[in-house]
Design a protein around this ligand. Structure first.
Ligand code: COI
Length: 357
């Protein structure tokens, strides 16, 4: 499908963020966005790159009432030789369609997802920050825009992609964050939408997140929705626990997001001499293992969060310290290797990088 380029007047172009150390996460947006539409009987059409700006939508649109929405997150990096790299974008394209299927939304051709992102990022490449730890965050999304209040799948959708120059997801940067294990609210249940990247999952996590923040924790670690016993994920990250040279993460079970960074850690770690294991992790066993010093490090993984060290875990009022509150050796090694591949400082033996243009 052709992607039209709607001209952008020079005077509409915004000033780039001068101090890249102050970017934060998702606060600034580039000059252009990609938009395409889908209608029953017509399929995908009218793909265009147009000036970034508000949508005019009917207040009755399904997305506003029934949250028929999905999204993705990936990043672009400007390499020292000037090339622009995307990290495993085909994984996001695939997961986007898995989420679309769960939310009864139309399948998006991979060439529109990848081709559209590459064309948009190429046009906006001057926005990619280069300070270590920064990147251009790419946010594709699909929303239901049919103006009707009946509860059924919409007959009209927008696919759009916006770009945001970002620094670290957590304000403190690459420093240990403290996490509260949530033992009241649940994020997902078997058969629910936990595996899909849909806004509703995040909306329903806000209350727990806010209560955790009031207690001084960055985010909550969700337990399974049936027994509140097994470790699931942190919402913006999958979780890993190191037992000496072995790193363990929760196995995918339909209610955990299948993270691209999670998958990358599982493939990367064995090449660095670490054993990996995906299994059910009982929170009581985990707590006993931390108390006994068997868990030597913990970290989260995510596109936005990259690899984030965990300094403390609090479960039922017991505060458990990990790695003496410091960045553990495995966490540091995985962070350095992953970001090294993403930014072109290290070889990419996995074929994970795709270049723009
Ligand atoms: C990402 O890591 O890209 C995410 O989507 C997590 C987030 C909600 C910021």
């Amino acid at each position: 499908m052709d992607i039209r380029n709607v001209p952008l007047a020079a005077e509409k172009m915004k000033a780039k963020i001068a101090d890249q150390s102050q970017l934060g996460f998702g606060k600034h947006f580039t000059d252009r966005m990609l938009v395409a539409e889908w209608k029953t009987g017509q399929g995908w059409h009218d793909a265009r790159i147009e000036p970034y700006g508000p949508f005019v939508l009917d207040p009755s649109c399904s997305v506003f009432h029934y949250a028929q929405e999905i999204f993705e997150g990936l990043k672009a990096y400007k390499w020292a030789d000037g090339r622009v790299a995307l990290f495993r974008p085909e994984m996001n394209a695939r997961r986007f369609n898995q989420s679309a299927d769960r939310l009864c939304m139309p399948d998006l051709p991979e060439e529109l997802f990848l081709g559209g992102i590459k064309k948009l990022v190429a046009l906006e490449q001057d926005w990619i920050p280069t300070l270590p730890g920064t990147s251009l965050y790419i946010r594709p999304a699909m929303i239901a825009v049919e103006p009707v209040l009946g509860v059924h799948p919409s007959k009209h959708y927008y696919f759009f992609v916006i770009l945001s120059p970002v620094g670290a997801y957590y304000a403190a940067g690459f420093k240990p964050v403290d996490i509260l294990v949530e033992d009241y609210y649940v994020r997902a249940v078997p058969g629910g939408t936990g595996e899909a990247k849909t806004g509703g999952n995040y909306a329903s996590s806000l209350k727990a997140g806010l209560e955790a923040e009031k207690k001084g924790y960055a985010q909550v670690l969700w337990l399974d929705g049936r027994e509140q016993r097994y470790i699931e994920e942190v919402g913006a990250m999958n979780m890993f626990f190191a037992y000496g040279k072995k790193i363990v993460t929760a196995q995918l079970n339909g209610s955990i997001l299948s993270g691209v960074t999670r998958d990358s850690v599982l493939k990367l770690a064995p090449t660095l001499g670490y054993e990996v294991e995906e299994r059910r992790i009982d929170v009581n066993e985990l707590v006993a293992d931390i108390r006994a010093g068997r868990v030597t490090e913990a970290f989260g993984s995510g596109t936005a969060a990259v690899i984030t060290p965990v300094g403390k875990l609090c479960y039922k009022d017991e505060v458990l310290q990990l790695s003496g509150g410091q960045v553990g050796e495995i966490t540091q090694k995985l962070y350095d290797t992953l970001t090294g591949i993403q930014t072109g400082k290290l070889n990419d033996p996995f074929g994970w990088i795709q270049f723009v243009e």
